[in-house]
Design a protein around this ligand. Structure first.
Ligand code: DX5
Ligand code: ZN
Length: 216
């Protein structure tokens, strides 16, 4: 299982340093939480800040857009260095168009579903995504507790995806991952797990990441 540390829990005053530290500690990618204060109550960063990391890390910059109007921001995020862009199915009415646009811009298209959203709503965009992000907390804040039903849903979703398509679509979970529940997350076949507090809240990032991956 790959681990993408979520920059939301990093020290923004030392952002680049934090990025380099998790890169050296064995992170597989970076998770960039973009919140607009409308789709979710919290407000974080935009393309202007992301641009400061462009070309300064080898890790993929995976942007999780928790915003009401993702379409307005796609190009700016691509220009700022995003390698992947994930939008919420709950964000807008023209999901397929949004996903096709992300691919057209040369980024990896992903779609995210909130804990209460059924995965079956993704059936007709399976050709358009390379990643499905199943939220294991309600988006908006780091440091929340993983919702068990959301993980049970993710397990069902993984078999459902395999029954619907031969394409490899990576499955990612986001929210509440820790050393205690990471074994069950790995066991259900999650490809990528996002970890905010579990990495940036740890004294030693290398140990934290190895633990989440189940490595000795
Ligand atoms: C929540 C964000 C998450 C968050 C995860 O809205 O999408 O990426 O940073 O943080 P932890 O791992 O602390 O739950
Ligand atoms: Zn996120």
């Amino acid at each position: 299982m790959k681990i993408y540390p979520s920059l939301l829990s990093s020290d923004f005053g030392r952002l680049l340093e934090e990025v380099r530290a998790v890169e050296a500690a064995g992170a597989d990618g970076l998770h960039v939480d973009v919140m607009d204060g409308a789709f979710v109550p919290n407000l974080t960063l935009g393309p202007v800040v992301l641009k400061g990391l462009k070309g300064r890390t080898k890790l993929p910059l995976d942007c999780h857009l928790m915003v009401q109007r993702p379409d307005d921001l796609l190009e700016a995020f691509r220009d700022a260095g995003a390698t992947g862009i994930t939008v919420h199915v709950e964000s807008g009415p023209h999901l397929q168009r949004t996903l096709a646009r992300i691919r057209e811009l040369g980024c990896r298209p992903g779609v995210s579903i909130n804990p209460a959203t059924p995965f079956e709503s993704l059936e007709w965009v399976l050709d358009d995504v390379d990643l499905i992000l199943s939220m294991t907390v309600n988006p908006g804040f780091g440091g929340q507790k993983l919702i068990p039903a959301a993980l049970r849903k993710t397990e069902k979703m993984i078999s459902w995806i395999k029954s619907k398509t031969d394409r490899k679509i990576e499955v990612q979970i986001d929210g509440g991952l820790n050393a205690q529940n990471s074994t069950s997350v790995r066991n259900i076949g999650v490809d990528i797990a996002v970890a905010g507090t579990a990495v940036f809240g740890a004294k030693d990032y290398t140990t934290a990441i190895r633990e989440l991956k189940g490595l000795p």
